[in-house]
Design a protein around this ligand. Structure first.
Ligand code: 13P
Ligand code: SF4
Length: 383
C-alpha cells in the first residue's frame, strides 16, 4: 500500500514529510528524558565545544533549554545576534525553523546552523506557502495594482517567502519593528501586502499608523482570488494575509474582561499577534522583548496579566516575586512547536557536534538565501 504523504496527518515525531516540519522523526538516538545526568551532559558538551559553539535561545523556550543559551531574545534580537557572530562555526538555534533559516541566511558560509528538533516548526509560517504567495501576486497583477504594492513579510515565514519579498522590493519585519517596516513600505508604495499574520498587520496599521479597519482587506489563500473582488483590492491600503498564531489567537476580549474583574488595577500586557479586539482592550502591547522590559521596570506591588506564550510568562512570574504576574487566559497554552526543543534534543545535538557530526543542519539554497538576505538586510537597516 502506498501512502500519499500530502494527505496524511503525520504525528509529530513519526514518519517524515520532506516538504514541512510536520512529523519529522529524530534521526539519532535521543537520551531518555529521565536521565539525571542530562544537565551535566549539556554543560560538558558546551564546555568541550567552547568558542566553536554559540547557542541562541528564543524567549518562548523551556527553562531547561534557555539556561544553556549564550544569548536570549525575541526574533529580531536573535537575527541581529546571528548576523553579528562570524566567529562561531556552530550556531545551535533553540527556537523554531524559520528563525534557524534566517540565522543560516545571516551567517557566513563557514557557519553551520543546527535546530535540535526538526519538528520545531510554526503553524503560522505554514499558513503561507510560496505557491500561494505567487498566486496572490498574480491576483494583484490582474487587479492592476501589483505596481503599487510593497510586500512585507513577518519574520515568521519561510525563507522562500522572504526571498519573494526581497525580489519584489519589500522587507521583513518582526513584532518589534512592524511600524517602522510599514512606514518604510508606505514611503515606497501606496499599498502593503502583509504576510502571514493578519493580526500583527492590522494592529500595527490601525493602532499605530492611523489607518482604519475599512482600509484593510483580508486575502484568503484558500479561496479563489483570495475571496476578494478586484475593486476591493483596488480600494484597500492594507492587504492582510489570512494567517494567525494559534497560541496568541487563544486570548479573547472575554479573557481581558475576566481578569479585570478578578484583579483590581491589573495592567493587561499583550503581544501584537493577539486579535485586534484583545489588543484594543489591553493597556500595553509589544514584542516579547518589550514585555520583558515592561515587567522588569514595573513597580513592586503592581499586577499584570500577560498575553503571550506561557514559558515566558511563567519565567517572568518567577523572576518578579514582588509583582503579581498572571497568564491572561484561564486555559494555559504553550507553543507546542517551541516546546519541541527539550533537553534530550539539545544534549543529542551538542554531543553530536562534540563528535564532529553536524545533525539537523538547516540550510537555505544560495539563490533563496540571496534574495531573502536582501529583505532581511532591509529590515536590519530600518531606522
Ligand atoms: P517575537 O519574538 O518577535 O516577539 O515574536 C513572537 C513569536 O511568535 C515568535 O514565534
Ligand atoms: Fe509560531 Fe505562534 Fe509558536 Fe510563535 S508562538 S512559533 S507564531 S505558533
Amino acid at each position: 500500500m502506498t501512502i500519499d504523504i500530502d494527505n496524511t496527518l503525520l504525528l509529530l515525531g513519526r514518519g517524515s514529510d520532506p516538504a514541512s516540519e510536520r512529523g519529522v522523526s529524530c534521526p539519532g538516538e535521543l537520551p531518555p528524558a529521565s536521565d539525571p545526568a542530562l544537565v551535566e551532559r549539556a554543560r560538558a558538551a558546551k564546555q568541550a565545544l567552547g568558542d566553536r559553539l554559540f547557542v541562541l535561545g528564543h524567549h518562548y523556550q523551556r527553562d531547561e533549554v534557555i539556561r544553556f543559551a549564550d544569548v536570549t531574545g525575541d526574533s529580531f534580537k536573535l537575527a541581529q545576534e546571528a548576523a553579528a557572530r562570524p566567529q562561531a562555526p556552530y550556531i545551535v538555534f533553540c527556537g523554531v525553523h524559520f528563525m534557524a533559516e534566517s540565522a543560516d541566511i545571516l551567517t557566513t558560509g563557514d557557519q553551520q546552523v543546527v535546530l535540535p528538533d526538526l519538528a520545531a516548526g510554526c503553524s503560522m509560517a505554514d499558513m503561507a506557502t510560496y505557491d500561494q504567495v505567487e498566486e496572490c501576486w498574480e491576483v494583484l497583477e490582474d487587479a492592476g495594482i501589483a505596481g503599487d504594492v510593497v510586500p512585507v513579510t513577518y519574520m515568521n515565514s519561510s525563507a522562500d517567502i522572504k526571498a519573494f519579498v526581497g525580489r519584489h522590493g519589500g522587507t521583513v519585519c518582526t513584532s518589534s519593528n512592524a511600524r517602522r517596516a510599514l512606514e518604510w513600505a508606505f514611503a515606497r508604495g501606496s499599498k502593503v501586502l502583509f504576510m502571514p499574520d493578519q493580526h500583527l498587520g492590522r494592529n500595527t496599521a490601525v493602532l499605530e499608523m492611523g489607518l482604519t479597519l475599512d482600509d484593510c482587506v483580508v486575502y484568503n489563500p484558500n479561496r479563489p482570488d483570495g475571496g476578494l473582488a478586484p475593486d476591493e483590492l483596488r480600494d484597500a491600503t492594507m492587504i492582510l494575509w489570512r494567517g494567525h498564531c494559534s497560541v496568541h489567537g487563544r486570548f479573547s476580549k472575554a479573557s481581558v474582561d475576566e481578569v479585570r474583574s478578578r484583579i483590581p488595577d491589573v495592567n493587561v500586557l499583550v503581544h501584537p499577534e493577539c486579535r485586534h479586539e484583545v489588543v484594543r482592550a489591553a493597556d500595553h502591547v509589544g514584542s516579547t522583548e518589550y514585555i520583558i522590559r515592561m515587567l522588569d521596570q514595573a513597580p513592586a506591588g503592581s499586577a499584570w496579566a500577560v498575553g503571550t506564550e506561557l514559558n515566558l510568562v511563567k519565567r517572568l512570574a518567577d523572576r518578579h516575586l514582588d509583582k503579581t504576574i498572571t497568564y491572561l487566559d484561564k486555559t494555559v497554552c504553550f507553543c507546542s512547536t517551541m516546546n519541541r526543543i527539550d533537553l534530550p534534543h539539545l544534549v543529542w545535538s551538542l554531543e553530536s557536534l562534540v563528535k564532529g557530526e553536524v545533525v539537523n543542519q538547516i540550510t537555505v539554497d544560495e539563490e533563496t538565501a540571496h534574495y531573502a538576505r536582501t529583505a532581511l538586510d532591509r529590515m536590519l537597516a530600518l531606522p
